[in-house]
Ligand binder design. Structure first.
Ligand SMILES: [Zn+2]
Length: 81
């Protein structure tokens, strides 16, 4: 019976070691990801400013301010989304 106890104790130690390694991995891995900011992907939820004719004579939206190619009016800023 003493052998069984010892064996169980060893297994618990083993599990504790695995658990410790697992926790250490959890702590270290986010740190590694933090340095991976070089591959910054553009946020999809980012509100993109676009411009459209106030008369809406065209459905077309423009990335820059300017004048409507149809009626020549100053384009208005619109929230895309
Ligand atoms: Zn227009």
């Amino acid at each position: 019976m003493v052998i069984n106890k010892t064996k169980r104790g060893n297994e618990m130690k083993k599990q504790a070691l695995i658990l410790t390694a697992f926790i250490l991995t959890l702590i270290i891995v986010p740190g590694c990801n933090g340095s991976d900011k070089s591959s910054e992907a553009p946020a999809q939820q980012q509100v993109k400013e676009q411009y459209q004719c106030p008369m809406k004579c065209t459905e077309e939206k423009f990335d820059k301010a300017g004048k409507c190619p149809v009626c020549g009016m100053e384009l208005e800023k619109v929230a895309n989304g």
